[in-house]
Structure formats: structure tokens, C-alpha cells
Ligand binder design. Structure first.
Ligand code: COA
Length: 699
């Protein structure tokens, strides 16, 4: 169903309930903003005592308004909100913005009030922003229905924020820096409309070229990924998610009462949803201003034009760190540069036009690199010397930007002297950064966005598996009142989903064990088999390297004897005879079900260093083959798997295969909340992998 937010972003009339003639009150500020910032429709202040506010006639209630009311902004005290909303429903209001605070965020009583509020909103088929929010702005309507100060310029950035107060600081900054917005929404407590709704709606808004968000929690992780994945294919979506570190998470719960998902889950989910993650508000707007006015780069090859060597080197370092490339300029470009620039200039990339460059040298160099087919994006760096023509250079940059079709970002470095040039740049939609590193960050985001848009939609494979066999194991385990699964039951699950494991036979007697060992081939491993003994090694319940049938028989007797002595009540099934696996590399595969985003797959280097090195990477299941391959290459020890110093490469395809089967297993069975295959022993290419030990935990 298409979500229409027309009452908010295309209203014909707005009522302000709780409007006040007193300029110190919030109810006055909202009317003031709506009226002074030029809302073209009807404005109805609602106040039982006043005759008129800001020259607009007042009505005692929305029900008394003669015409239709599309949008109502509510600023009455919290106890009065419910009755007002009821009247809005009766009046046929389409959307309401509840600015009033004192709901969910103040405790159980507030939460109960918020529930009643939502029930009323739903009953009348209205939509609601808030409660506990700052309001909204749409620069195109124009509508300034908030109690923030001022009205930003029109621009391509749509912004939503879970913190109302942050909105006002951002607006203030935007006013100073000339950053333009299309829409601005303070989400408040998100009782009805939340970030997913705005994401979806703004995906279709032609005025919003980039969607940005400050989020503290996400309402529905799975839906967020689904919606964001579609929208981010059409336009960039950038988010700052706070409260992801542990200390931060506690702050979030006490702030708006949202339960924050874990940092790793957010990272994986944002990545898979194509959401660009900003580390700070500054980072967010560094990216957003670039997206708002500049085209996406066709490639990751960047040309740098600078009048200063040092910043050129810093830019180069930053490009490399960000995974971008310095473009290799064509011979033709180099010739053009050599001809037009002084002999001391560098005609290789970074192009150094030298410290005494005036605007004409910049113009020549920027035109030359812009015409170079090897160049995907351009970074222009300027430091202000006494002869530097800052405004003329800015004009030269804007002239190239207009015709080139390639993104141009600038780092006019300084503050006082460069300000006049910066104004020209910003006016023409060229984002200027105080240091090259920040420009490079923005460029890197643009390249990521370009790749994301070109990336095919994930194709989730389905393997032929024995789903019923797993269901049967899970039923049995539940019936026994157990929650953990290991050993033979885990191997049944591995077998059902085609996850290979070493040959193993459960032997009830020493002779059976010896026969099994002959069958499997020496050496073998013997393990005590008991549902009651969790830590086998602690009681000598694992013996490696058994070379003969006699050794197997002796080990069997000793193991069972010891087990009975240390844990007399334990039920003992016998011993497991297992193929002794050698010569592979140990990796870890697993899953942890995240409360927000669902099954979070983990892959990393396994064995005893797992905890110490934490060399792991995550994705939300289900994943496709390409995502599985990406996981492999993301860990730091990937080179070990590829083989170092003449070592043969490991069987990467076998790991990918197990990952995909695991992804299917945890998608098929939501009741599995944790799963570990540690280690998965991986052999040389072509020789496969074996899941030595698998453990599962059920809900
Ligand atoms: N219908 C119409 N008007 C009503 C009304 C009703 N049912 N009930 C009260 N009013 C009028 C009042 O008479 C008053 O007008 P007046 O100035 O002419 O007397 C006006 O509405 C406001 O009521 P008042 O009692 O003066 O409240 P207030 O302005 O002190 O506080 C809020 C109201 C909404 C500002 C306050 O409750 C609040 O929530 N503040 C925090 C807001 C916030 O921080 N939000 C989150 C931002 S991120």
C-alpha cells in the first residue's frame, strides 16, 4: 500500500491547537513560524480564550473551524492532548503532529497515555508524528510547523531526527553554512509514524535527493532493511546511529525508551540495506551536501588539483585509506598540463599548480583533468597565499562543474580569507571542506553509493535439504525440556542441511569401538558420549591419536570408568569414535539472533584465538553467494586462508557453501537463537571442509 504523507507535506490548511497570543509560549512560536515562513494555505489558531493570533482568527476548537483541516499541530498540555486528538478525528483531520512532551519517555503512566493517543489516531484513520517532538519543516510547500528558529534554504537534503533538540542545532548550522533542506522531521517518540515510513515516503519525493537520519533505535529491523534496500537503490540514505556502544546503549534506553540493537547487527544491517553509516553529525552532512548537488562518480579514480604540496599528500593518503585511487592521467592530459603550467609544476596526479597559482592556472588544470577519460571525480585544494585569487578560482571551479558531469569537491583551506570563495562554491552547489580528508570521506561515500546502485539484487539460493529431519530433532529436544543441542543430534542437523562433519560412530562397547575405528581408519579420536557431561575434556573424556584397535578398547574402558566415577548420576551412552582430522585451517561459523534484525551470521578465524583476536565479520541472514564471499575477504586473516609463503590456498568455496547452508538453516528455523560451528576445519582447495563441532541453542 502506498503510504501517503500528504497531510504533512502537502496540506491545504493547518490548525495549531494550543496556539497562544503570548510570544513566550511554544503555542505562539509554532503559529509564528507557519505564518512568517510563508505557508500558502489556511492557518487556524485554536484557543478558547483568544480572538486572533498573528492576525489570524482564532477558533475555540478544531470542530469550530469552518473549512477542512488537513494538518493539526498540537501544543496543549499533555492531559489535554487526548481530547484534542479525539476532536481532530471527528473533524476529519488527516495528520497530527503532537509536540507536547510527557508520554512514553516519562514512564508507565505516560506510556499508557501514549497508547490511548495512538488508539484514537488509528480509530479515525489519521497519521501522527510524535508525541514529544519539535515539529516538521518542508521548504518547498513552504511549511515551518515547528518551534525551531528560522527556515533553512531549499535544497536536496531530507533529514529526520530522533532527537528534537539536535534538529535545532543542525538547523542553526545549516543556516550559517547555507545547507539546503527539502524536508525536516523531528520523529519524537515514533508512536505511529517512524523512520521507516519517512524513508519510504521520501524515496518517492523528487525534491529530496538524499535522505539523512539521526537514529537512536529502529522500530522494525527486518522491515527497515527491506525498505532501505529499495530506497537506497534510488537515492543515497545516510544515517548516524547513536547508542550502539555499550555505554551508549544504556543512555538510549533511559532517553527514549528504545531498545538498541547491538553495534555489530547495525553495522551488518546498514551495509546490507545500502545505508551509508556516518560516524557523527558532521560526517553525515559532509556526505549529504556532496550527494545533494553533485553527480555520482562513474569510477573511483580521483584527480587532485592543488596549489600546495602538503595537502596534496594528505589527500593522497586519505584516498588510499578510503580505498579510492589516484587517477592515472592520460598522456594527452599531461601534455596539456605541461604546456600550460610552469616547469616546476607537477603534471602527474596530484597536479600541483604551485603556491603562486592564480585562477587561470587552476582553470587550465581543472579543465584538463575534467576532460580526461581516466578521471571519475575531482578534488580541488586551495591554500590562500597573498596572490591567490580565491573568488576567481571558485568561479573557475564552478564553471567546470557546470559542464563536466563529474563530481567536483573542494577543500579551500582556511577560514577568514577563503570565506568569499566558499560562498561562491556553496551557491553553485559545490561542497567545500576545510580539510581534504573530509572531502575524500564524502567522495568515498559517493563511490560506495555508485557501486551499491549497480550491484545486483541478492539472489538467495535454496539447497535441497531435509527440513523435516531437523524439525524432528528440535521437537524431541523440546519434549525433553532441553534447550541446547550438540553431538549426535547436532550431526543429524548437519547431515540434513548438507554441512559435512568427520566420520563418527557411536559405540556402546569397547569391541564396537575398535571395529568402528578399523572402519573409519586410524588414527581416531574417542569422546565420551553422554547428554549429561558438557565439558568432556575436564574429566578426561576426549582422547586423540589412537593408533590401534587395542588402544581404542583401553581408552574406551578408562573413559567410561572415569566418567562414572566423576559423575555417578550421568547417563552414559558409550563413546563416540571419530575420524581424526588433520592439516586444515580452523574457522568459525555461527549465528546469533539479534532482537532487532534477526539472524546475525558470524564468520571468522577459529580455534583458540577467536576471543583474543575478534577477527570476525557479520551479516544478517539470508545471504547470497556474493555476500558470503565478501565475508570471507573481510576478515584480517583472509590472507592466511588464501595461503601465505607457498602454502596451498584453503577451500574457500567449501566455506561459502557451509555459510549458505547455515544461512538457510537459521532462516528456516527461527527457534534457533544461537549456533556455533567451531571449528570448521578447512582443507586445501578442492578438499572441502568439515564442521567438527556444532552447538545450537533454542529459544
Ligand atoms: N484547546 C485549545 N487550546 C488549549 C487547550 C485546548 N484543549 N488547552 C489549553 N489550551 C491553550 C491554553 O489556554 C494556552 O493558551 P494561552 O496562552 O492563551 O493561555 C495554550 O493552549 C498552551 O497551554 P498552556 O497551559 O499555557 O501550556 P504551555 O504552553 O505551558 O505548555 C506544552 C504546553 C505543549 C508546550 C508543554 O506541555 C510541553 O509539552 N512542553 C515540552 C515540549 C517539548 O519539549 N517537546 C519535545 C521537543 S523535542
Amino acid at each position: 500500500m502506498a503510504l501517503t504523507l500528504d497531510p504533512f507535506f502537502n496540506p491545504r490548511s493547518v490548525a495549531v491547537v494550543g496556539a497562544s497570543a503570548d510570544p513566550k509560549k511554544l503555542g505562539h512560536a509554532v503559529v509564528y513560524n507557519i505564518v512568517t515562513h510563508g505557508f500558502p494555505g489556511d492557518v487556524y489558531p485554536i484557543n478558547p480564550k483568544a480572538e486572533e493570533i498573528m492576525g489570524r482568527r482564532c477558533y475555540p476548537s478544531v470542530l469550530a473551524v469552518p473549512g477542512e483541516v488537513d494538518l493539526a499541530v498540537i501544543v496543549v498540555p499533555s492531559q489535554a492532548v487526548l481530547a484534542v486528538v479525539e476532536e481532530c478525528g471527528q473533524k476529519g483531520v488527516g495528520g497530527i503532529i503532537v509536540i507536547t512532551a510527557g508520554f512514553r519517555e516519562v514512564g508507565p503512566q505516560g506510556l499508557a497515555m501514549e497508547r490511548d493517543l495512538l488508539a484514537t489516531v488509528r480509530r479515525y484513520g489519521m497519521r501522527m508524528i510524535g508525541p514529544n517532538c519539535l515539529g516538521i519543516i518542508d521548504t518547498f510547500v513552504p511549511l515551518q510547523a515547528s518551534f525551531a528558529l528560522g527556515m533553512p534554504k531549499q535544497g536536496g537534503i531530507a533529514f529526520m531526527s530522533q532527537s528534537g533538540a539536535l534538529c535545532t542545532s543542525i538547523l542553526d548550522m545549516a543556516l550559517a553554512d547555507g545547507i539546503g533542506f527539502s524536508r525536516f522531521v523531528s520523529l519524537g517518540n515514533k508512536a505511529d509514524l517512524n523512520e521507516i515510513d519517512f524513508l519510504q515516503a521520501w524515496g518517492d519525493d523528487p525534491n529530496s535527493r538524499v535522505i539523512t537520519a539521526y537514529l537512536e533505535g529502529i522500530a522494525d529491523g527486518a522491515r527497515f532493511i527491506e525498505v532501505a534496500r529499495q530506497v537506497s537503490k534510488r537515492k543515497p540514505v545516510i544515517a548516524v546511529k547513536s547508542g550502539t556502544t555499550q555505554a551508549g546503549s544504556r543512555a538510549v534506553s533511559s532517553h527514549t525508551g528504545t531498545l538498541a540493537g547491538s553495534e555489530r547487527a547495525y553495522e551488518a544491517a546498514f551495509l546490507q540495506a545500502g545505508v551509508l553509516r556516518a560516524t557523527s553529525v558532521q560526517d553525515l552532512f559532509d556526505m549529504a551536501v556532496a550527494f545533494a548537488r553533485q553527480p555520482l562518480p562513474a569510477t573511483d579514480a580521483v584527480a587532485v588539483v592543488t596549489n600546495a604540496g602538503g595537502p596534496g599528500i594528505m589527500a593522497t593518503d586519505a584516498l588510499e585509506r578510503a580505498g579510492l585511487r589516484l587517477a592515472t592521467l592520460t598522456a594527452e592530459t599531461q601534455a596539456k598540463l605541461r604546456e600550460g603550467l610552469p616547469p616546476a609544476a607537477s603534471v602527474l596526479n596530484p597536479v600541483d599548480v604551485l603556491g603562486d597559482a592564480m585562477a587561470d592556472r587552476y582553470a587550465l588544470a581543472i579543465n584538463a583533468v575534467a576532460d580526461d577519460p581516466n578521471v571519475g571525480a575531482i578534488l580541488v585544494i586551495l591554500t590562500p597565499q597573498i596572490m591567490t585569487q580565491i573568488q576567481e578560482t571558485a568561479a573557475a571551479v564552478t564553471a567546470v562543474a557546470k559542464r563536466s558531469g563529474k563530481p567536483i569537491l573542494t577543500a579551500f583551506m582556511g577560514k577568514q580569507t577563503i570565506a568569499a570563495g566558499e560562498r561562491i562554491l556553496v551557491e553553485h552547489g559545490l561542497p567545500n571542506y576545510p580539510v581534504p580528508e573530509r572531502a575524500v570521506n564524502a567522495l568515498a561515500a559517493m563511490v560506495r553509493q555508485k557501486r551499491w546502485q549497480e550491484r545486483p539484487v541478492p539472489k538467495i539460493e535454496r539447497f535441497e535439504v531435509d527440513r523435516e529431519a531437523v524439525a524432528e530433532v528440535l521437537r524431541r529436544v523440546r519434549a525433553d525440556g532441553r534447550l541446547t543441542i550438540g553431538d549426535a543430534e547436532a550431526r543429524t542437523i548437519q547431515a540434513a542441511y548438507g554441512i559435512p562433519f568427520p566420520k563418527s560412530v557411536l559405540a556402546k562397547t569397547p569391541d564396537q569401538a575398535a571395529a568402528a575405528a578399523e572402519e573409519i581408519g586410524f588414527p581416531v579420536v574417542l569422546k565420551i558420549a553422554s547428554p549429561d557431561i558438557l565439558h568432556k575434556t575436564d574429566i578426561g573424556g576426549v582422547k586423540l591419536n589412537l593408533q590401534t584397535a587395542d588402544q581404542v578398547r583401553d581408552a574406551f574402558d578408562l573413559m567410561v570408568y572415569r566418567a562414572q566415577r566423576y559423575q555417578p548420576t550421568a547417563e552414559i551412552w558409550g563413546c563416540l569414535v571419530q575420524q581424526q582430522v588433520r592439516g586444515g585451517k580452523e574457522v568459525l561459523l555461527g549465528m546469533n539472533r539479534d532482537p532487532q534484525f534477526g539472524p546475525l551470521l558470524v564468520f571468522g578465524l577459529g580455534g583458540i584465538y577467536v576471543e583474543a583476536l575478534k577477527d570476525v565479520t557479520f551479516r544478517v541472514a539470508p545471504i547470497d553467494r556474493e555476500q558470503a564471499r565478501e565475508m570471507l575477504s573481510e576478515i584480517r586473516s583472509y590472507s592466511l586462508l588464501k595461503g601465505v609463503r607457498g602454502e596451498p590456498p584453503s577451500d574457500l568455496d567449501a566455506i561459502v557453501d557451509v555459510m549458505l547452508r547455515l544461512s538457510q538453516l537459521v532462516t528456516d528455523f527461527p527457534e534457533i537463537v544461537e549456533l556455533d560451528i567451531n571449528p570448521l576445519m578447512v582443507f586445501e582447495r578442492g578438499k572441502g571442509a568439515l564442521g567438527i563441532d556444532m552447538r545450537l541453542v533454542l529459544k
